[in-house]
Design a binder for this molecule. Structure first.
Ligand code: SP5
Ligand code: ZN
Length: 348
């Protein structure tokens, strides 16, 4: 299996985040996450680890607003140059003021724009955020391109984009939840120009950025299975009655599940999602693969076992679609390499 990885992610290492409730903690989305998965892949005989190609900005601009990408590109340098009289080191840009829904003024000032584009306190912008986010998106795009051109064989083809930072909370014009550019959405949009595409999100957290991006589109079916957002991040979308809008009505589905969800309930829910995927008759499948569904994840509330992760992989792989697996969350670093290998082995 081809694996796309760029060491540029190491430049993105935000020092902290702030939890709901106000606790300031070391950022959970650390370089070690990708390094653990890379190390596990290097132990295998089947993973072919490759550098991504540079696809430029065009495929990103099909998914994200140009002004948002400009903000990501320039924000940290502006922060360093700003005359804000800070008596602390400007290691990370993070606003503390956000517009209520419907207030759409976009201030010219840096901190005004920061609150406009940054949705929560877990996605600070540091010196290396923009290059790392670009490299991450290029891993997803190169992975998507590796599913083409059609090989003579009819066997399914799968590849893995070892993306870091992750992407599924990034919307058309906002970062959030450790995510800056929505890697899976960029790849799914690119593939959708070449064939019917489904995006299935199994990260513990609702894929709210992906929902935002594709909500009015019928050409990409998006499905997310996740912890009930009424009690879990990202709180404000991911509910079962959100099924798309306008021409996209019926082409987004959410499957919220309760705290403590075990393998059996998860797999029964996955079966419903897979039925929807089969009736969509897709050619390409993008999987937002977050391993924070694993029992005991510090940011998740499910109780899935490793056997459960294998069963999820086997069921999805049995669709026999050309599949791009895109790394999202997963914060039990000691288990992350093995968990991801277990999932990927179902697709090789
Ligand atoms: C990509 C991804 O998985 N992003 C997840 C972002 C979640 N951020 C908020 C998590 C808050 C969890 N509350 C933790 C309580 C720890 N004791
Ligand atoms: Zn997550």
């Amino acid at each position: 299996m081809k694996v796309f990885y760029s060491p540029t992610h190491l430049q993105h290492n935000p020092p902290f985040e702030i939890f709901d409730g106000g606790e300031k903690v070391p950022n959970f989305e650390v370089p070690e996450r990708a390094l653990r998965i890379l190390a596990a892949l290097r132990q295998t005989t089947w993973a072919e680890i490759l550098a991504p190609q540079d696809f430029g900005l065009k495929p990103l601009l099909s998914v994200h607003a140009a002004d948002y990408l400009d903000f990501l590109r320039t924000a940290y340098d502006e922060w360093l140059l700003s005359d804000l009289d800070a008596d602390y080191e400007k290691t990370a840009l993070l606003p503390a003021t956000f517009p209520p829904a419907g207030w759409r003024r976009k201030p010219k000032s840096l901190l005004g724009r920061a609150g406009y584009y940054m949705t929560d306190l877990s996605a600070p912008i540091v010196a290396g955020t923009y290059p790392a986010a670009l490299a991450s998106a290029n891993c997803a795009l190169t992975g998507a391109a590796s599913l083409l051109p059609e090989p003579a064989s009819t066997l399914p083809v799968s590849s893995f984009a070892l993306c870091r930072p992750p992407g599924h909370h990034a919307g058309r014009a906002n970062c959030a939840g450790y995510c800056y550019i929505n890697n899976a959405a960029v790849a799914a949009n690119w593939l959708a120009e070449r064939g019917r595409t489904v995006l299935l999100d199994i990260d513990f957290h609702a894929g709210n950025g992906t929902q935002d991006i594709f909500y009015r589109r019928a050409d990409v079916l998006t499905i997310s299975i996740h912890g009930d957002p009424d009690g879990q991040y990202p709180y404000y979308s991911g509910y079962a009655d959100e099924t798309g809008a306008g021409p996209g009505l019926g082409f987004h589905r959410n499957f919220p599940l309760p705290d403590g969800t075990v393998d059996a309930l998860y797999l029964a829910t996955l079966d419903k999602a897979l039925e929807l995927i089969e009736s969509f008759s897709a050619r390409y499948l993008v999987i937002s693969a977050g391993m924070d569904l694993f029992g005991g994840d510090p940011l998740g509330k499910f109780k899935l076992t490793r056997a459960g992760i294998r069963a999820i992989g086997q069921k999805i792989a049995a669709l026999n679609l050309r599949a791009l697996i895109v790394m999202e969350g997963g914060y039990n670093n000691a288990a992350l390499g093995e968990n991801m290998l277990t999932f990927l082995e179902c697709f090789k």
